[in-house]
Design a protein around this ligand. Structure first.
Ligand code: FRU
Length: 477
């Protein structure tokens, strides 16, 4: 049993781990009461950012950043998932493995784009020297139609741009008018966060610095992670993770927010948002970060979020696993406000309507509150735990309180979250999956996502003043 996750252990080359480590974690996980039934979760260890979300060779592809040997951040790989429907994903195991010269200390976040008959992956190789100084590399790899992966040994971008620190990562690759671009999250030496744009005629390079992405005039804190430019209903949206952003610029409750800015239009020549909106929270809940976006070939703008936060430990750590993903969500815009709803394919998870107060751990609850009213919903367990949802159609507010929903965690950042919605009646579609909840409010105008870790394993719903419909959802994992 590992009692202390030293740096040495976290960065131990994979081949030096005894096979038994994974067997032991799987054994622990098999007894878990916190595993999920229809959300992506790691087969063992820690899952963080979604990477390489793409449609290629007739299938959806997604990779999860993973440290498989324990529920901590360590030497990361990309673990490969495929799906025919964006709902049920098959886990093919770690594929983009760290440990070469260009990614010696981890295959960090990145993205993917189909190029001819292959999928090109662009990612950050985390490299540290013997003095533990970081030298981030932007690397490439090819996935072929047999799902075989081949890394490119020479970095595509060998070092941060002059004037920037070693916090320089998470390339998002895009193609426009026959030219490839990548967006990179960066921390300048003056401790300000930026998104830099590089360009190339071919994905394998040479890659050249083009410009900085101009998407706001507001100060963005000291670092931007995971930038994603996506076009929604014809308008540009930047989804990103600013670190150290002032509360006066963005009121946020979590350790770091996942945020977005919408432009009226996009100037590709200057990489500039025309009439950018103010910065807004992507999710009003507890645990969303590192969202990855995709303009899919079927015309939809899709996202998937990491439901987990940096520098945060979760109660499931004792079971040898941590974190999960949100459902895949489809984006739309109305008045510069992003609307997010689970992709329609999720409807096939619905098994049957439930008519008793007891619900299944995998349930969908539709909540309606009339205009001018206040109402409550309680998701309770047989161990006296409860998640409270307070709806207020008088002031246009929804409060979610996980204070007594189970084991305490991340309490330094509070145990309640509030969402403001437009006045009028309120509708909430609540997706519950044992230890994750996603609330889609008023057609996805607001989303509130979080984890909870109850001891009870039977769930009940009680309510006051609202109309409820409950459905059992299929458990697919
Ligand atoms: C965001 C992040 C990325 C980085 C990755 C490393 O959660 O810090 O910036 O590439 O995680 O695992």
């Amino acid at each position: 049993m590992i009692t202390e996750w030293t740096t040495k252990l976290r960065y131990l080359p994979y081949k030096e781990w005894p096979k038994q480590q994974i067997v032991d974690i799987k054994q622990k996980i098999s007894k878990s009461h916190w595993r999920l039934g229809y959300h992506i979760q790691p087969s063992t260890g820690l899952l963080n950012d979604p990477n390489g979300f793409s449609y290629f060779n007739g299938q959806w592809h997604l990779f999860y950043q993973s440290f498989p040997y324990g529920p901590v951040h360590g030497l990361k790989n990309w673990t490969h998932l495929t799906s025919d429907d964006l709902v049920k994903w098959q886990d093919h195991g770690p594929l983009l493995l760290p440990g070469d010269k260009q990614d010696s200390h981890g295959a960090y976040s990145g993205s993917a784009i189909p190029v001819e008959d292959k999928l090109f992956l662009m990612y950050t190789g985390n490299v540290r020297d013997k003095d533990w100084v970081r030298h981030p590399k932007q690397d490439g790899a090819w996935l072929d139609s047999q799902n075989k992966l081949k890394k490119i040994a020479t970095p595509l971008i060998d070092e941060p741009k002059a004037g920037f620190t070693d916090h320089f990562r998470d390339p998002q690759i895009l193609k426009h008018d026959g030219i490839y671009y990548c967006l990179i999250g960066a921390r300048k030496k003056d401790d300000t966060g930026h998104v830099l744009v590089y360009q190339a005629d071919h994905v394998t390079g040479p890659w050249q610095y083009k410009t900085e992405l101009k998407f706001t005039n507001q100060p963005m804190g000291y670092m931007i992670e995971c930038p994603n430019l996506v076009f929604v209903d014809g308008q540009p949206v930047l989804i990103f993770c600013p670190q150290g952003i002032s509360q006066s610029v963005l009121d946020h409750k979590n350790i770091y927010p996942n945020a977005y800015v919408v432009g009226k239009d996009f100037d590709w020549e200057n990489f500039q948002f025309i009439e950018p909106s103010i910065i807004q929270n992507l999710d009003d809940g507890f645990d969303v970060y590192a969202t990855e976006a995709l303009n899919a070939p079927d015309g939809r703008a899709l996202i998937v979020s990491w439901v987990g936060l940096p520098d945060t430990t979760y109660p499931s750590d004792i079971e040898g696993w941590a974190n999960c993903y949100s459902l895949v969500k489809e984006l739309h815009l109305e008045d510069n406000q992003l609307y997010q709803l689970p992709v329609v394919e999720n409807d096939k998870l619905i098994k049957k309507e439930l008519t008793t107060s007891e619900i299944t751990p995998q349930s969908k609850i539709s909540i309606n509150l009339d205009e001018g009213k206040r109402g409550q919903v309680y998701v309770k367990t047989n161990r006296n735990e409860e998640l409270q949802i307070r709806l207020d159609a008088v002031n246009g507010k929804i409060l979610v309180d996980r204070t007594n929903a189970g084991e305490s965690f991340a309490t330094d950042y509070g145990t309640k979250r509030e969402s403001e919605v437009s006045k009028g009646s309120i509708n909430v579609e609540l997706y519950l999956d044992n230890t994750v909840f996603e609330l889609f409010i008023n057609g996805g105008q607001k989303v509130l996502t979080g984890r909870m870790f109850p001891q009870g394993q039977q769930f009940f719903v009680e309510s006051e003043n609202v109309q409820l419909q409950k459905f059992q959802l299929e458990k697919i994992y």
